[in-house]
Design a protein around this ligand. Structure first.
Ligand code: HEM
Length: 148
């Protein structure tokens, strides 16, 4: 197996954890917590998911950058004249948005989480989940020719 294929395999495995975990949080945990106006279930999930989810995101970034630099030299990424550079730049934008939202939630919202501001965290969760699905759509879209 080539190193590109190995990196792609880890990239897709990381995607199942990152995107799958957020879908479970957004669709399986969050609605009940909002209904009961209780942050406890969300906090419990976040604490457990962080231990697996953050390493998965780091794997995504490292394998993603390896795949991207193998497909196109970084100096050409902003040219956007082919599907690979378009996918790479969109993914870097999605990554920046993910980091900004996650940092804001972790540093500003979660430490002071109460029933009153649970809605603020909910919007962060929904936004990061939609972005995580967009990562998958762009990744698969590149492979099947949607970005041509
Ligand atoms: C949580 C973040 C990410 C997720 C969930 C994700 C998910 C995916 C998925 C599902 C694929 C499709 C693989 C296939 O169809 O075979 C893919 C491909 C790809 N991803 Fe990501 N990705 C993420 C982050 C990144 C980052 C940060 C980069 C770097 C810019 C990146 C670069 C790529 C590239 C270049 C491909 C195309 C590989 C190929 O088809 O040969 N990804 N990604």
């Amino acid at each position: 197996m080539s190193s590109y294929t190995t990196a792609l395999l880890f990239h897709v495995l990381g995607a199942t954890v990152w995107t799958g975990g957020h879908l479970v949080l957004a669709l399986g945990v969050l609605p009940g917590a909002l209904k009961e106006r209780s942050p406890v279930a969300v906090q419990a999930f976040e604490v457990r998911f962080e231990r697996v989810g953050i390493p998965a995101l780091l794997i995504q970034v490292f394998t993603g950058l390896y795949l991207a630099t193998t497909l196109a030299p970084p100096s050409t990424w902003l040219e956007l004249d082919n599907p690979a550079t378009r996918a790479i730049v969109i993914k870097l934008g999605l990554l920046a948005a993910t980091v900004a939202l996650a940092a804001h939630a972790r540093l500003r919202v979660i430490p002071h989480l109460t029933a009153q501001n649970l809605g603020t965290l909910a919007w962060h969760v929904v936004a990061v989940t939609i972005i995580s699905v967009a990562f998958v759509v762009i990744g698969v879209g590149y492979r099947v020719g949607l970005l041509s």
